[in-house]
Write a protein that binds this ligand. Structure first.
Ligand SMILES: Nc1ncnc2c1ncn2[C@@H]1O[C@H](COP(=O)(O)OP(=O)(O)OP(=O)(O)O)[C@@H](O)[C@H]1O
Ligand SMILES: [Mg+2]
Length: 158
């Protein structure tokens, strides 16, 4: 799973891209996926993730695109006008990442946040290789990741 956030003030663009190597979607599913009353969930009958992201992007002079093929994984790309008054802030991205890792310690998660060419990254695979048998959601490891990300953001905001 790859999450990438790209902020480009020159182009006045804010782009979020989420890619996975999961089951993918065919053309029909891709078209239905943006309908709030369509979901393949078994837990409830509405699926709001994609329609809400699409609506948010379109409200900010942007768009959302799904690039996907069965068996080949999926990329969802949402673009916003960076300076648009209705563009929601990214929020607490560090805690979002931490929560994802705590819940999904075995996923090969890659995170990249580029702000006008300067980048913060986190690579779960690389860290896992160094940790050998210690899981990524071990509390000491989680604290380390949190510190690493906090310091990385401090570094680029200097
Ligand atoms: N990355 C993906 N890979 C494969 N299928 C997907 C992916 N994302 C969404 N889908 C398909 O599109 C449907 C709609 O997605 P959407 O995110 O809008 O809702 P949901 O995931 O079902 O529920 P929610 O996001 O509200 O928890 C999903 O139920 C699933 O069938
Ligand atoms: Mg969803």
């Amino acid at each position: 799973m790859r999450l990438s956030v790209i902020e480009d003030s020159g182009q006045d663009r804010f782009t979020i891209e989420i890619s996975d190597d999961g089951r993918g979607m065919d053309e029909e599913l891709k078209a239905k996926a943006v309908d709030p009353f369509f979901t393949t969930r078994k837990t409830r009958r509405i699926g709001l993730g994609l329609p809400l992201l699409k609506a948010a992007a379109e409200h900010c002079e942007g768009d959302m695109e799904i690039i996907s093929a069965p068996g080949k994984g999926t990329t969802v790309r949402a673009r916003f006008r960076h300076s648009h008054i209705d563009r929601a802030p990214l929020g607490n991205i560090i805690d979002t990442i931490i929560n994802f890792i705590v819940g999904n310690p075995d996923v090969n998660f890659y995170f990249s946040h580029k702000i006008d060419g300067i980048e913060v990254t986190f690579d779960a695979q690389e860290l896992r290789e160094q940790l050998e048998d210690v899981p990524l959601n071990n509390p000491a490891v989680i604290n380390w990741i949190k510190k690493y990300l906090t310091e990385s953001y401090h570094e680029i905001r200097k």
